[in-house]
Every structure is written in C-alpha cells, then in structure tokens.
Design a protein around this ligand. Structure first.
Ligand SMILES: *[C@@H]1O[C@H](CO)[C@@H](O)[C@H](O)[C@H]1NC(C)=O
Length: 506
C-alpha cells in the first residue's frame, strides 16, 4: 500500500500542469462559477448534463466583448484571470475575462470516477462543445444580466489548450472571432521522437555540446550497470528509487529511464527560464565527480519532480494509474494518458537519432501502457485509428483556420530556440494571410501567454504586441498586420490585393 502513496509526481509531468500563473496585475477579485453543459453533445437523445467550472473577472468589461483563457489538461486557478496576455487583451478590448476548466480535470467532473466506461466522454470534440455551450451561456440573457449579449469572443490558450483555441475557431467560427495558440500541437502522431531531439538540442544550445556528451556518457554507464544485480542495486541507491530497480525487466528499465531520466530533462527544458539549463549543465559536467552515473544522479535527485523518490517499478506505476478515483495521486496523468491513447499518441520515445538517451524508451513501452492502464482493446490498432480520427476531424497541419494567431518556438536547428512541441505545430510555411505564425527563438513552453511586460527577450515582447494587435484587428473585422520591418518577411499565399500580410520569421 505504501508504495502506492509514494508515487513519482513527475510522471509525464511536463504535460499536465497549469502553466505557471502570472504575476497578479489586478486588485479585483475574480469569481468562480459553474455552468451546466451536456455530457454527450453528439447524442441528441441524451440529455444528461454536468457542471463545468470557470473563473470570471469583469474589471474591464465595458463592452460586450468576451476573452476566454482556455483551460487544458489541468485544474484551473484564478491566476490566469488576474494577469497574463489574456488579461491584457481583455483590458485593451473592454472585455469580460473568463477561464474555463476542461471536462474531467480539476473540479469539472462529469462522472463519479475515471473507469474506462466513464472516460468515454473524455475527448477534445466533447470539450470543444463544452466551450461552445459556455460561450452560448455567457452571451445569453441569463449571464450577468445579458451584458455580453452578441459579444465577440477571443480565445487564448497554450499547449493542448492552444490546439483547442485553434480548433474552436475551426469548429465554431460563428462563436469564435479570434484565437491565439501558443505552441499548440495540431498534428496527432503516434511516435514523437523529435521531442527528445529538441530537448537535446536545447541542452546543447543553452548548455553546451560537452553537457550533452556528458549526459550520453552517464546514460551509457547507467544502462550498463543496470545489467548486473549489484549494478542495479547501486543505481537504485544513487538515484533514490522508491524500490530496487529490476534490471532484468525491460519494463522496469524503461520506467526508470522514462519517469526518472528523460521526463526530468523534458521538464527542465519545457519550463526553463534563462540560466536554468546552464545551471543544470554545471552539475551534469562537474569535473569533481568522476563517475558518470553519479554525476547524472546528482542532478536528477536534486529536482523537485523526482521527490520523494523515483518510482521505477512498472507494476507500481500501473497500480497508481489504474486507480479510478478523481482524487487518486495520478488521476490527472491517467486522464491525459487516456487522451493520448485515444486521440493523439505524441509519445516521447527515444527513436530519434540526435539525443543522448540511447534506446531506453521504445514506442512499445507506450503501447503497453495504454493496454495496461485501460484494457486490452486499447492496442496499437485502436491507437492508430484514434489518431487518424483526430487528424480527420481537425485537419492536422493541412488547414489553418482564419482568425488564428499562432506562436511557436523555433526549431533549435534553425534559430537556436528550444521548443519540444514545435514539430507538431504550425510553422512559417503554414501561415496564411489571415492566420499569421510567429516564431520566437530562445523561448520555452507557454511563455507567450504571459503579459507583454513579462518577456525574457525583446523579440518575444514584440511578438506579444503583434498578437494583441492581430487579435484586435480580427475583432474589428480587419486583416492582421505584422509591421516589424526588421523581421524577415514571409508571404506564403498572397491572394490579397490590398494589404501585404506578413508573418514574422526570425
Ligand atoms: C485510490 O485513490 C484514492 C484517493 O487518493 C485512495 O483513497 C484509494 O485508497 C486509492 N485506491 C487504491 C486501490 O489504492
């Protein structure tokens, strides 16, 4: 029983956390509210409903405009209606500001538990329909005396919630006028080997080539040591695993590398602020520690998301992730993993070439996870059909809806930035005159949804100002302009005669 409680909090951790909340820039107190939405939007004969949570801040609401900060795979908190770019947009457009909670996450619980039968209403198409119903409600006479009747809606989201913002504009153009997606992946894909390659490139660029080589040396040594019983015992001790690693069980070895090593690096890069990676590399290349395994362990065990210990037992991970209580320690991970098994894939395997992690985390590991968490019919075929369905419903990267502004981090190889998600999102070649794409170098995950003042580079601040301007232009029914003359200019599709629309590419 105890081992169930001592679970690694980092599991796929980088994916399932609310973006770090911005500095509070308001004195008004946001209120939370609940709206009744349908359990199954796509079965007209099913009238079951549940309560969806949201936050509301009306401090700027001088018009009937509506700005929604879209909640993703996390519990919402008031922070994102009291600061950040959506807050700034609300101020500029005199809008009511909202933050919606995604079904099944946080307190928005459509079912009693998270059994597989209960999870069948956990899909993005249902979540988008919740948002649609939410918008309909806010625009109605029943919300705050009808002050938002006929109001225009802008959405802001990052990561998966950024994908949702884009897809809302695609699926409900009559409800959503403008959307900003900060690094939202749009293309579902089973294997996502680019992820760890981008992580490695970020370590190289922000740290050093030597840093990546040192990690490679460490991983090699750890991998070697795990092959003997004495070695596995030593690695278990060095890395502070919750129970001894069984080095002869490939599932346990993959669990150790995935939950303990690659995810720890992913977390570092995904949420890095300037200096973080260099600091990590100082430990990872410490000349005073001659043993490569020890060097890696020294850094890994210092990280907050490997506390109190690394759970390298696959059986323990399965036990934790099959608890069907919403309050289970790994409930959120269970929910997000379900979505990946049913809709997206996006598995961060070591199948790429350019990274220091050997072949420690194969795709088959995730196939196994889907089956062991949710049942035997969640097999590879099921997964591939689900991914195909998602790309069919939303078009992947083949179609960019008008009125959407996207920001992605540069592929490091191109511009020295570090965006693990960038290969799945739109880049400059996907931009259209009515759907600009901004590329920011040297900036990590979800940084463009913070306020303009809170920008680590001048380039990012300029991009945020352009995003705000484009959103206002969309609201006013005008085409977007991207005026920064110092930027390279891209005009991918120019059917327009009046204005030259450009996208900012650095
Ligand atoms: C599942 O999680 C809940 C909430 O944390 C806990 O009370 C319960 O004991 C767990 N069930 C099992 C079987 O571990």
């Amino acid at each position: 029983m105890l081992f169930l409680l001592v679970l690694l909090s980092s599991a796929l951790g980088a994916w399932v956390r609310e973006p770090p909340v911005p500095e509070v820039r308001t004195r008004s107190q946001p209120v939370d509210g609940w709206v009744t939405v349908r359990l199954n939007h796509f079965d007209a004969s099913n009238t079951e409903t549940f309560q969806m949570r949201y936050y509301y801040n009306n401090e700027f609401a001088t018009t009937n405009n509506i700005v929604i900060f879209v909640g993703g795979e996390w519990a919402i908190s008031p922070g994102w209606v009291t600061g950040g770019l959506a807050h700034e947009l609300a101020q500029k457009t005199g809008a009511g500001l909202f933050y919606t909670e995604h079904r099944y996450y946080g307190q928005t619980r459509p079912t009693n538990g998270t059994s597989v039968a209960e999870l069948r209403f956990l899909t993005v198409d249902q979540a988008l329909a919740d948002l649609a119903q939410f918008i309909q409600y806010v625009q109605s006479d029943y919300f705050d005396s009808g002050r938002f009747r006929g109001g225009k809606v802008s959405l802001v989201g990052c990561s998966y919630a950024g994908s949702m913002a884009t897809w809302m504009r695609l699926a409900y153009p009559h409800l959503v006028t403008a959307a900003f997606s900060d690094s939202g992946p749009l293309h579902a894909q089973e294997d996502f080997p680019e992820y760890l390659e981008v992580i490695a490139e970020a370590l190289r660029v922000q740290g050093s080539h030597h840093c990546v080589e040192s990690i490679a040396e460490s991983v090699q040594k750890v991998h070697q040591e795990l092959k003997t019983e004495a070695g596995a015992a030593r690695i278990s001790r060095l890395f502070n695993t919750c129970s001894p690693i069984n080095g002869s069980d490939p599932l346990d070895v993959a669990t150790f590398f995935w939950f303990g090593v690659t995810e720890t690096f992913a977390y570092l890069v995904q949420y890095a602020t300037p200096g973080d990676i260099a600091t990590a590399c100082a430990v990872l290349t410490d000349v005073n520690v001659s043993d490569p395994s020890e060097r890696l362990a020294n850094w890994i065990t210092q990280q907050s998301w490997t506390q109190p210990c690394i759970q390298a037992s696959y059986a323990a991970q399965v036990a934790a992730h099959t608890n069907t209580s919403y309050d289970a320690q790994q409930a959120v991970m269970r929910l997000w993993t379900y979505q990946t098994c049913v809709e997206y894939g996006w598995y961060q395997t070591t199948n790429g070439e350019e990274h220091p992690f050997l072949s420690t985390v194969p795709l088959s590991y995730f196939h196994r996870m889907c089956r062991d968490f949710f049942g035997d019919n969640f097999d590879e075929n099921f997964l591939r059909q689900g991914i195909k369905r998602t790309n069919l419903l939303f078009g992947g990267l083949t179609f960019m809806p008008d009125g959407v502004v996207s920001r992605r981090r540069a592929r490091p190889l191109v511009a020295g930035g570090h965006d693990p998600w960038s290969p799945m999102g739109p880049n400059a070649t996907h931009a259209t005159p009515l759907a600009p794409v901004y590329v920011a170098s040297q900036v990590s995950h979800c940084r463009a949804i913070r306020s303009t003042k809170d920008s680590e580079t001048e380039q990012l601040e300029v991009i945020k100002q352009s995003v705000l301007r484009n959103m206002q232009e969309f609201l006013a029914g005008k085409p977007p302009t991207t005026p920064d003359s110092s930027a390279a200019i891209l005009t991918p599709v120019l059917f327009t005669l009046i204005v030259t629309f450009v996208s900012l590419v650095l």
